[in-house]
Write a protein of this length. Sequence first.
Lengths: 168, 271
Amino acid sequence: MNRLADILFFVLVFLLQVIITDYLHLGAFIYLCLIPFLILNIPFSRRPQLVLVAAFGMGLTLDLVSDGVAGLNAASAVAAAASRHLLYRSLVNRDRQDKTEVPVPDVIGMAKYLKYAGAATAVYMAVYVLFDCVSFRPLGFMLLKFFASTVLSTGLGMLLMLPLQKRR
Amino acid sequence: MRSRYGFISALTTAILFLFLEAASVVMMINNGAIQRFKLVGAVRHVEAGIWGRTQQVRNYFNFRSENERLSAENLALRQQLALYEKAAAALDSHVVTVTPDFTYIGAKVIRNSVNAQHNYLILDRGSDDGVERGMGVITDRGVVGIVGAVSRRYCYVNSLLSTGQSASAKLVASGAFGPIHWPGVSPDRVLLQEIPVHIQAAPGDTVVTSGFSTIYPPDIPLGVVAGTRIIQGSSQNIDIQLFEDFRTLNNVYIVRNNAGPEFQELYEQAR
């Protein structure tokens, strides 16, 4: 039952992401992305290689079904997945023995979760903006896009994920 | 033993990470519009079928405004035709065979992106309808893009709203011409570049296609001057407010240049 709820949760959020990417046009400076939140919700007990492949699959699927350049979300998702352990240890809990399976706000606290999710989204957006804009966009544009997208994606992710997580 | 296992696990994770990032980058590098079309051709084919159906519903609700626009366009074309008929009737009995420089294929947009750095459209016309790679796509209110790839029933168009695309345009008032590029910010604005500084361009001046490329016919209205900026004292970039709203594109024309093969032959002779 729990597994079914997990799968439904992933499918729902992913579908929402596809709808956002395809139909919610907020201009060149903003890219809303919930994929980092999906990556953070993969339990820590899963093998890191599996998490990387899952993140790559999610990113690439999003690229293929939306207007994205193939590989753009995939590269960003892999970077976010690779950094989640490091972010968790440095921002949430330095104790290597911590056994938290999925760090949700109810367990680690709202402020720490916000920092953790915000940092993962920042990693995602840094790679995304770099690959999307480097060499033909000015640095100011890239920075603005990075900050606006990170803040808004984190905010939207928190708004959407909290009720969903409570239902799980 | 445990630390050895941990080391191997970390090493494989790092290698996998590098491999997946490299794979993503390779995909992006090879992700020219045509390659992307080929890579995800199957996905696009299915998507195009689905979007084609949803577009039918959307078109139903847009019929009134679309019909009004088409009626106005038809009227203008008929008036032009009447002029030509009158002129033809005035000719003496010499028989003149005229082949138009450009012929047009009407198409409907079934997929359109305006929000990425490299935007594209999918049209419901393909090789079965005579569409070929490299043909231009226009509306009566501007240039839309260039056909990048063609399947039997659909074609993929590299939108003018892509950072690598350009078209040749000129200021109606002065005749000065240069390339237009999309700067990647707003789907309503493009830049007309390489205009000499002595050319005066006032806000509201009309910009049209120059006809200096073999892709787009001349004198298609593109937009109006919104502002100018001098670049390094030698030329100016002119900000153009487009007439066409890419977000509401529905009916377009695919343009065949009948003189294209002849131009190509000339280029090859000159080489």
